[in-house]
Design a protein around this ligand. Structure first.
Ligand SMILES: Nc1ncnc2c1ncn2[C@@H]1O[C@H](COP(=O)(O)OP(=O)(O)OP(=O)(O)O)[C@@H](O)[C@H]1O
Ligand SMILES: [Mg+2]
Length: 546
């Protein structure tokens, strides 16, 4: 194909705020899709543009064609002259010589437009080096893989959004694998402190397996691909057996336990919204804690079993009628926690988990069959995050903090909605601890439920398809030319994300790399550099089974 064959049209007008208009030439508009990248060659430089609308704008001519008489022949005669089609394109960047800048104008009239080629794409987005820049996926219509600069991504919180089934959890696992490899590489090169990950794995997709929407197995989760680097704490004790049986990972999977004595009133108050605990109920709990401690050894045990005591018993212990009624109501709300095996008299694995995290182990907390028990998921995420925050407030990188920590959290709006953001441990972490090296990997289906202040802390956005208008509004709100990007978000397919932020040079619509094949490559890189001569048969076997 000659260079001229690649020309698909020319610029005929437009406005910076509305986009560039490109008239198609020698092409039927059906060949071009929303999300395609073009390059417009003007005298000033090459403009990278993303198509956000396809316009067939000759209806008056089309209706004059007599469809009874050789319409194909007539169409051929009229094409490009009287039957024209146009593309509306978002100006993204402009390359002139070695310089590439964000586009702040539109290309000149009659600039030739070509479909993006791999070479042209590289001039804008740079090269993959498997050190800092890792392959995120292709930009249509080229096969070029855009590099994601993981060294930049890990510095700040990032967000993965999109409706169910768009590929958020697969992408979460992929980013986690890249962060792991980046951390190993950067420490080896002496370029960065280690980055460790704490992953709250609601549906056991990081600790065990990723599944397709029809519940067949898609691939091993990141922890299974790198058993040397991850430890899985299982909220569901049956998961320990499952992980050990299938992957022979021995002590790397462990049951997660909370000692009842260690539960603070704040841990329950954090669930007020979900459990509809009133302000009075919460206040009662605070003031009566010591008294409740006396009844059953610890206040939590006393409150979840409060209905075992008769009114008379309680009165004898000094509770008045009003307090008894209020505590009974609270006890009913907390009854979901009664008899849960995670609450123990003796063991508490949280301290151990935090110690390991601090020492550089990546941690996955997998919920197994308890993933759908919202109150327990929220309780445990809050419980661990509160203690992590307490351990890190007051420390900063360079003075005591040896690792950067990235906390992945699915259904993040539960912890970051306007009602709780100011008091929830994750909300506080997002606000206070970035400078101390703790950031969030926020994963959510309904970003409009997240407090708007949180979006100011997110530096990289991975936006999957979503059709709810207020969700589209919030996930595009950090872009320039917001309105122009919205049609892109609604038209994304599964596995496609609009990606923008500090870790990608320019916004792009990316078809994310195939998870199975890329994880094999990540594993190979890892083995080549960090596990020379180690033959991990379990991992190999699993990676070979698709
Ligand atoms: N990068 C990818 N490689 C291979 N398959 C993918 C990829 N991304 C998405 N898929 C396919 O899309 C399906 C859905 O992905 P995933 O489970 O990550 O969606 P989700 O957005 O997390 O959905 P939910 O919100 O319901 O949890 C996967 O099971 C897989 O079949
Ligand atoms: Mg998911």
């Amino acid at each position: 194909m000659t260079d001229e064959d690649n020309v698909i049209g020319f610029v005929v007008g437009g406005a910076y705020s509305k986009g560039t208009l490109v008239q198609l030439q020698n092409r039927v508009h059906e060949e071009i899709e929303v999300g395609y990248c073009l390059v417009a060659e003007s005298g000033r430089g090459n403009y990278l543009m993303i198509v956000n609308d396809i316009i067939a704008d000759s209806p008056n001519t089309a209706i004059t064609v007599n469809m009874a008489r050789k319409p194909t022949f007539t169409k051929h005669l009229l094409s490009d002259i009287l039957l024209t089609s146009k593309l509306n394109c978002i100006p993204i960047a402009c390359a002139s010589g070695d310089r590439v800048d964000e586009a702040l104008t539109v290309p000149d009239y009659l600039s030739k437009c070509k479909l993006l080629t791999e070479d042209a794409a590289e001039a804008f987005y740079g090269k993959i080096d498997w050190q800092k820049r890792y392959p995120l996926g292709t930009v249509r219509p080229s096969e070029y893989n855009v590099p994601l600069d993981v060294s930049v991504m890990v510095q700040n919180s990032f967000g993965i959004f999109g409706k169910s089934g768009t590929g958020k959890s697969v992408l979460g696992n992929l980013l986690s694998a890249y962060i792991l490899l980046y951390s190993k590489n950067s420490v080896l090169a002496g370029e960065d402190i280690p980055t460790t990950q704490l992953i709250f794995d609601m549906h056991s997709e990081y600790g065990l397996k990723l599944k397709t929407p029809s519940q067949t197995i898609l691939a091993p989760g990141v922890a299974q691909c790198f058993p040397e680097e991850f430890k899985v704490y299982c909220v569901d004790h049956e998961l320990v057996g499952e992980i050990e049986k299938e992957f022979k990972r021995g002590t790397l999977a462990k049951e997660f336990k909370i000692k009842k004595e260690k539960i603070e009133v704040e841990d329950i108050i954090a669930l007020s919204e979900l459990l509809k605990i009133s302000g009075v109920g919460a206040l009662n709990l605070q003031s009566l804690k010591d008294k409740l401690d006396e009844i059953a050894g610890n206040w939590f045990e006393a409150i979840i079993n409060f209905n075992d005591y008769t009114n008379q018993d309680l009165k004898n212990m000094g509770f008045d009628t009003q307090t008894i009624t209020s505590l009974r109501a609270l006890s009913r709300r907390l009854s979901i926690f009664k008899n849960l095996p995670q609450f123990s008299e003796a063991d508490d694995t949280c301290q151990e988990l935090l110690k390991e995290l601090e020492n550089g182990k990546n941690i996955v907390v997998s919920f197994g069959k308890y993933g759908d028990l919202e109150a327990l998921y929220m309780f445990i995420v809050n419980y661990i995050s509160r203690r992590l925050r307490e351990a890190y407030v007051g420390k900063s990188i360079g003075e005591g903090v040896r690792n950067r920590i990235i906390i992945f959290v699915e259904e993040a709006h539960k912890f970051l909605n306007p009602g709780v953001r100011e008091s929830s441990p994750l909300g506080l972490i997002a606000r206070e601890l970035r400078k101390r090296g703790i950031v969030l990997g926020i994963i959510d289906q309904t970003p409009s439920q997240i407090d708007e202040n949180v979006f100011g802390m997110i530096w990289n956005f991975f936006v999957g398809a979503t059709s709810i208008e207020r969700d589209v509004d919030v996930v595009t709100s950090s872009l320039k030319l917001t309105q122009l990007f919205k049609p892109l978000v609604t038209s994304l397919r599964r596995q496609e994300f609009l990606v923008y932020g500090s870790a990608l040079k320019y916004p792009a619509v990316v078809k994310i790399v195939d998870y199975n094949s890329i994880l094999k490559k990540v594993r190979e890189e890892y083995e080549r550099k960090f596990k020379a001569n180690v033959n991990n048969d379990n991992v190999k076997r699993f990676l070979e089974e698709d």
